[in-house]
Design a protein around this ligand. Sequence first.
Ligand code: CP
Length: 312
Amino acid sequence: MKNLLSAADLDRDEAIAILDTAARMHAIQTREVKKLPPLRGRTVVNLFFEDSTRTRSSFEIAGKWLSADVINVSAKGSSVSKGESLRDTALTVAAMGVDALVVRHHASGAVHRLASWVDCHVVNAGDGTHEHPTQALLDAYTLRERIKEFADRHVVIVGDITHSRVARSNVLLLNTLGARVTLVAPPTLMPSGVASWPCATSWDLNETLSGKSHGDVDAVMMLRVQRERMSGGYFPTEREYAISYGLSPARLDLLGDDVPILHPGPMNRGLEISSAAADSARSLILNQVQAGVSVRMAVLYRLLAGAEEVTV
Ligand code: CP
């Protein structure tokens, strides 16, 4: 695998291999000395044109724990603010002898274009409303820890699907892994082409969570309402959205006690998710953050060091 641009780049064997490698990498997180040698002498640049807390810092930690040299370049403070184009920025950074570029961009498709201009490995760290494949991998890792098997498991993804790269990558990856996905959103936040996605859809959260309309639920993923990508009225008021689509304390009671709750973050507490849900014992939100480091170690390892089994 040269690049990881889309969850669709992964067949079942490759996805499982990354999750298995991540499980081995996970052991390092509890050690006093968090350092492995396989990427010694390799250079990874995190090239971020859009804000990030989780993705950028976990890629940085992942690269450093594998002994790579990791450099962060963000649009703010770079020559992008002087008008340099995406192509010139990518070619300039790549010309410095970089082995891998981890790229986030606010425009859908920008990371795919960038990958066609450079020779080094490229990882999509989130492009516009399109894809975020390492988020889907860390979500799958977190889910596998809890539900063990993907075959015939039912994952419900709720919220602002229209603007969510996480939803698209999760639908693709969970489908590859054999799980069943139902997307729940108001009509205005359901993407126009969703009928061609390999998943079911619903506008009724209560019916879906209770299992009445789409069968028993094995996991629920709440998505952030992406106010910064909204220009018009996608719902009447935030209060009405929270009432109809928020994971409130009352809605928690519709779910079985052991049904895990995920959220890719950052969260709008009180809008798509209540604090009662986010901080409950069934919440796996911090497990997702923790998995982000192991999964990104696995991705960097498999891109830069090959498919051989890692010694941890
Ligand atoms: N989930 C996620 O991509 O978070 P960041 O924007 O903080 O990286």
